[in-house]
Unconditional design. Structure first.
Length: 228
């Protein structure tokens, strides 16, 4: 008997990567693709501002197809919801019955996803929901997940953390008021290594820039992963 198909809501970051890995380990659904919103004006993943070329390397290392959701810039909410509705139509056409999300504890975000999927025939899955985020972050690192901090909200976390590697030292240095997984928007990440990948992704942190009130590390491909 075939397993139900699921896409992963893929941000390029650690939470979506760990949600994917959790579902892989659970083996109760077939992962059939990575659903990713892309800023078509700049050719980058929305929110995390990661280059599409790096997103493509992640998909190759995960051995999963990419389902890009093109978004304009700026992107009004109506345009976002229209694009996502079209993506859900495609999901149904391809036999997908679930979307995996890496959300941890933000009730309003979960409620929004559930409301938008209600009646579509697509079920949201939240494999990380309610887990202790400090323990989860340590577990990720202990199991070999590594990521770069791609974006920092300087109102919540010092800009010096932009471009840092998400590892034990990073977690040790985080101020106590900051969630270890950045669930309150303190920071976002790009995963370059972990048990979900067939091989690490060669990437390095480049220029640190400030844009729209956020601090970004411009990640780029590297000939090697600098020993990591």
């Amino acid at each position: 008997m075939s397993k139900p198909k699921a896409w992963v809501s893929w941000s390029t970051g650690k939470d979506s990567a760990w949600a994917l890995y959790t579902v892989q380990e659970r083996a109760d659904v077939e992962l059939a693709g990575l659903l990713t919103t892309v800023n078509t004006t700049h050719g980058r993943v929305a929110m995390h501002a990661v280059r599409e070329s790096l997103l493509e390397q992640q998909a190759e290392a995960l051995r999963l197809p990419l389902i890009r959701v093109p978004l304009p810039w700026p992107c009004p909410n109506a345009a976002y919801e229209r694009a996502m509705s079209e993506a859900m139509t495609r999901a149904r056409q391809e036999g997908v019955t679930s979307i995996v999300f890496g959300d941890l504890f933000l009730e309003d975000v979960r409620k929004y996803r559930e409301e938008k999927l209600r009646g579509t025939g697509i079920t949201p899955l939240f494999p990380l929901w309610g887990l202790d985020t400090t323990e989860l972050a340590r577990q990720m690192v202990a199991r070999g997940l590594r990521a770069y901090v791609t974006c920092v909200d300087p109102r919540k976390l010092d800009r010096r953390f932009a471009g840092c590697v998400f590892d034990s030292s990073f977690l040790d240095d985080l101020p106590g008021k900051v969630d270890a997984c950045g669930e309150n928007g303190e920071f976002h990440t790009f995963v370059y290594a972990g048990p979900m990948f067939s091989a690490p992704i060669p990437v390095e942190a480049g220029e640190i820039v400030e844009r729209d009130g956020f601090v970004f590390a411009d990640l780029r491909s590297a000939a090697s992963a600098n020993g990591r």
